[in-house]
Design a protein around this ligand. Structure first.
Ligand SMILES: *Cc1c(COP(=O)(O)O)cnc(C)c1O
Length: 407
């Protein structure tokens, strides 16, 4: 079924296609390509087979008994996207879009990346599908994330340093868009989150919705009921919208999106676009942005690179205004606490991004009773975050140091 948002790309007043005229043909070709293939049986089957046999779906829904007992209250269940090939949910989207590109006969794939996670996931998908990956990355990000640059190159990708602006993610997106305008004929732009002009927010949501479909099925199989709440972290918003989509009409299921509160909302050093931002236009969409009174984009901060983006997908903006999803922020210290707890109690090293969701899940689980269940999407694994955790847990680094935890 084709919903209204599919046609005009609007989520209430958000979303849309705020693009230069030169980009219109590329976007129109993408729209019709996606409409053609997304319902085609052979496309769906090929993608399902890749997700199952290559990426490792379905991922387990794991009842974290030890953590639940420690917290007291509701059962906490973890949707283990960290166990996917590549170590995060991003591959659900890159395999889907790379396959779409191949069907559309585009052999050259371009992508943007911040910390490098989406770049790596893109290079993986392109390698397995025989496509060429070219990835735009800010030169500051490149020097901060040398290992991911090396990974992309090993996987056959070519990394273009971006030296304009702040030399980080938002500038990389601008350069990738410029490349696309120039090379529309043979090039597919593989966007990494549920952001950008229509149809990207819809495409990325559709490919990530496998997370929520599995949660629903696994909850019904294991506990014969839907969860009381689902909680996911929000950067651009892809793992969260993928987790929520199947449950939007299930009004008994509470939905929480957790943004990066950084050093606290009041400090101004955060990436909480929904909690602290305002309406504006960036990267082809109308949504909530972190901007000053003149519409200039503000600098962002988070201990987790994957949440460090000054905007958010337009569907989340709509879900915030309609109050179907509650958006909250979790600061760096609390995310690191949750990270350490999950390591200690469950033997799982989560991504720092996902740790934001774990932290908030513990907060609400505590207030519920044992017949309730809370599903947390563990969007990725934390091996990439070792250096940050090592620095962060050095004595004197934390703002509110706590050592009352049993070891
Ligand atoms: C990229 C990333 C995120 C944030 O991106 P969304 O589009 O908001 O999902 C969250 N967790 C992990 C592990 C990531 O790599």
């Amino acid at each position: 079924m084709i919903s209204k948002s599919r046609l005009d790309g609007k989520f209430g007043k958000y979303g849309g296609k705020f693009i230069p005229e030169t980009l219109v043909p590329a976007i129109e070709e993408l729209e019709s390509g996606y409409e053609k293939y997304c319902t085609q049986r052979s496309f769906r089957e090929e993608l399902e087979s890749l997700l199952k046999n290559y990426a490792g779906r379905p991922t387990p829904l794991y009842y974290a008994k030890n953590l639940s007992r420690y917290v007291g209250g509701a059962k906490i269940l973890l949707k283990r996207e960290d166990l996917l090939h590549g170590g995060a949910h991003k591959i659900n989207n890159t395999l889907g879009q790379a396959l779409l590109a191949k069907k559309m006969n585009k052999k050259r794939i371009i992508a943007e990346t911040g910390a490098g996670q989406h770049g790596v996931a893109t290079a993986i998908a392109c390698a397995v599908l025989g496509l060429n990956a070219e990835i735009y990355m800010g030169s500051i990000d490149m020097s901060r994330q040398k290992m991911n640059v090396f990974r992309m190159e090993l996987l056959g990708g070519k990394v273009h340093p971006v030296k304009s602006g702040t030399q980080t993610l938002k500038d990389a997106i601008n350069d990738a868009l410029r490349d696309w305008i120039t090379n529309v004929n043979n090039t597919y732009y593989l966007l990494g989150s549920a952001v950008g002009p229509h149809p990207y927010p819809t495409i990325v949501r559709d490919f990530q919705s496998v997370i929520g479909r599995e949660i629903k099925q696994q909850m019904l199989e294991a506990l014969h009921r839907l969860p009381s709440a689902i909680i996911a972290c929000v950067g651009g918003g892809s793992n969260s919208i993928g987790s929520f989509h199947q449950f939007i009409n299930e009004s008994n299921v509470l939905l929480y999106g957790v943004e990066a509160g950084g050093k606290g909302i009041r400090s101004g050093e955060h990436s909480a676009s929904l909690c602290a931002g305002s309406e504006g236009i960036l990267h082809g969409m109308k949504s909530y942005l972190l901007q000053d009174e003149f519409g200039q984009i503000l600098g962002t901060h988070s201990v987790s690179a994957g949440l460090d983006y000054p905007a958010v997908g337009p569907e989340h903006a709509y879900l915030k205004d309609t109050k179907r999803v509650r958006y909250v922020a979790c600061n760096d210290d609390d995310a690191v606490d949750a990270f350490l707890l999950l390591c200690r109690y469950e033997g799982i090293i989560p991504a720092l991004e996902s740790s934001h969701a774990v932290s908030y899940a513990m907060k609400i689980a505590k207030k519920m009773n044992s017949s309730d269940s809370v599903v947390v999407t563990l969007s990725g694994r934390g091996d990439k975050d070792m250096d940050i955790i090592m620095d962060y847990t050095k004595p004197g680094t934390r703002k509110n140091k706590r050592d009352d935890r049993k070891t």
